[in-house]
Design a protein around this ligand. Structure first.
Ligand code: BMA
Length: 360
């Protein structure tokens, strides 16, 4: 009798244990499992909203089953990225014309398909009325922090962003606010606020979401632009309590007259160097790591995926790598593959590598 009840209790415990993890813990575990198996999930920005030559017109009546990545290799990326820029204004579409309703539908569908989702945010400049790239005033961060004259208005912006996450329900996603913060091309950049102000901005966002709104299903990613030194990387780090993933955004740029092979080699060296830094910091702080944004605009190198990107990331325990969007309305602005592009076979070979993971 005792033995039976013990077996009964043990089987209940076993059945319950996996589901006792919160969605956030499950997502963190998936990312951890990927990196410990030496696998890297491939992510693509806006993949369900549009591609190089197409754009979803009516998302409510569209199955959202197209992606340039799938057009090329038959599979969706493992992760999809979306940007919340303009959500702060309470409007329907983001700064690139993507409806927030589409993002919600596509994100939930992608998660139901077994995929993962990450969000970035390019909010406008609350002081000047300009966009995220308006760096004409160095007092924006200070003025939106608690005690600042724009704090109350900014809290409305935070509320609108948090409303979106709340509308996703009980699923876990990654949020990567205040990215590329060592450079000075966004109003929250390196020369636009002090390290303490930046940290307060990040913590204020985290505290509002987590403590005031109870949004506990978010994995927070900190993603300075690279390449930078470990000291610079940590100089604005908000603290272990506020961050789950250490990321970095690094793009390849071809200098005028430079052969793409040369810039590819430089890019690979920079990425490797930066990922080595993230490996060390991730171990020290017990955090997941990722290459949160990367790419080469217009991919003028037909072998970029296998000869520049892959050698740069191979062997690093990054859980995922994200390439930026394929704009449908700017022909040269693409960072992912599409049907008919010169590096199609190269992307297929990249996607077929044992350690590169798509949704299947
Ligand atoms: C940039 C470009 C812009 C876009 C912005 C936000 O890198 O792709 O065209 O508006 O990201 O998605």
């Amino acid at each position: 009798m005792k033995k039976i009840s013990f077996i009964f209790a043990a089987s209940i415990l076993m059945a319950c244990t996996p589901s006792m993890k919160t969605p956030k813990e499950e997502l963190a575990q998936r990312l951890k499992d990927l990196s410990s198996k030496g696998q890297i999930a491939y992510a693509h920005q806006d993949t369900y909203a549009y591609g190089h030559t197409w754009c979803v017109e009516d998302y409510e009546n569209d199955p959202l089953d197209r992606s340039d990545v799938k057009d090329v290799c038959g599979q969706y990326p493992a992760m999809v990225g979306f940007d919340l820029g303009d959500i702060e204004h309470g409007v329907d579409k983001n700064l690139d014309g993507v409806p927030f309703g589409l993002m919600r539908k596509a994100a939930l569908q992608h998660i139901a398909r077994g995929g993962m989702v990450t969000f970035s945010w390019h909010p406008d400049n609350l002081v000047t009325g300009g966009d995220a790239w308006d760096v004409s005033s160095a007092s924006v961060v200070k003025s939106i922090l608690p005690g600042g004259e724009k704090n109350a208005e900014f809290r409305v912006w935070l509320q609108r962003a948090a409303d979106f996450f709340e509308s996703l329900g009980d699923v876990a996603v990654i949020f990567r606010p205040w990215h590329e913060n060592l450079a000075s091309w966004f109003w929250w950049g390196g020369k636009l606020c002090t390290p303490e102000e930046y940290q307060e901005l990040y913590r204020m966002t985290w505290l509002y979401f987590t403590k005031e709104r109870g949004l506990t299903n978010i994995l927070w990613c900190y993603s300075p632009n690279g390449p930078i030194s470990p000291e610079d990387y940590m100089s604005r780090y908000p603290g272990d309590e506020f961050v789950d993933i250490l990321g970095t955004d690094i793009y390849e740029f071809v200098a005028p007259g430079e052969p793409v092979e040369a810039s590819g080699a430089r890019f690979a060296a920079e990425v490797k160097d930066m990922l080595s830094t993230l490996v060390a910091l991730g171990t020290e702080h017990n955090k997941l790591i990722c290459l949160s944004e990367t790419g080469l605009e217009g991919i003028p190198d037909a072998n970029w995926w296998c000869e520049s990107l892959y050698p740069a990331i191979q062997g690093f325990p990054i859980s995922y790598v994200l390439t930026w969007r394929n704009a449908w309305d700017k022909p040269g602005h693409f960072y992912g593959p599409w049907k008919g592009y010169a590096g199609e076979d190269d992307f297929k070979a990249f996607a077929a590598k044992e350690d590169i993971v798509l949704i299947d």
